[in-house]
Design a protein. Sequence first.
Length: 379
Amino acid sequence: MNFLNFKLFISKLPLWGLGGFFLLFSCDRYNPSNDQIQQIPTPQNLQNNAVFEALKDAVNNYPENPNAHYQMSLYYLRTKKDTLALESIQKALKKDSTQNNYFITLAEIYRNINQNAKALKALQKLKNIDENYVELLLLAGELHYKQKEYDQATKELNRALKITKQNAKAYFWKANIEIARLDSGNALKNLALALKYQPEYPEVYNSYAELFNKFEAYNVAIFYANKGIKLNPQSSQLYFSKAEAFRLKRFAEDSANFYYLKAFQNNNQSWFSAFQIGKYAYNKWVLKDSKKYFEITDKIQKDYPPTKYYLGLTYYALGKKDDAVKELDKCLKLEPNNLTASEWYWRIKNEIYQEKQFRINDSIQRAFYKQQLELQKAQ
């Protein structure tokens, strides 16, 4: 970034003073061996393209500076470009493997791409540096929860709470553990504590909605989902929980589909939302949409038997019988005791056979009549 561009960038900054500017262009850690490190920006304003350009300049100008690669990885992480974020943080760690934040960022990236075992491995390396680092304990608790290792998750979170007793995130994950265990009393207690220490915590309201869905209190679940959506209107999870409440309470399929669509619009990897949208379209006999969403579901979640089943029925309804048989066969390989899928499989397979035989017989009859006509002409 040359001097003229730098002046132009300064002139376009909001009027929040030099303090805000230096916050934007400061870095977490100062390396005395490199006096130029102060020029490395932090990705505070992701909407400003000048920040990304400045980060690129920092990486190009100071390729041996680990903080430059770290800040770039944070930018990619926050803009949901996990592959690029992983490349950047690995470069940072090659140059400096002593920084807590580097390992936390690496673990967060692995978590985002559903590689929880690698994330935990990264945190184990950090434990050798600082086993009482609170962010380490919180992330470890979350990852063990996702691995369904609830006792270990609770242990990590309780260690975090011994260090910071008013940590809302720790109570949030403890609540999720209790929801998984169907312990509503302890779940509600931990959710209340999470909100006490962080009142505007939309994920907590989502956990309330999930809890009440499990206990069939669907109107209460919708109430809490709505409170969360007010705080975060882009939350796919909250729209999904609200959609689930409408689906499970029955006779509210239209409302459920509306919120599944909202969930999928905010997260195109929400495969169960896509599946439910496809199922709704199939039941309404909108086969174009059911095909679209079942195929999307199948790309994201390849081994879900109901997707194979409904995709097979959709192909059959569209006249694609060979494709239908293939999908139903995949369903039966995953779920051999699915009698309904088996019935449809053999029914369609029999239809294909009969149609083939009809075509063969028809061609034989045509050849016979043609031969008869030729004999009559010859006479």
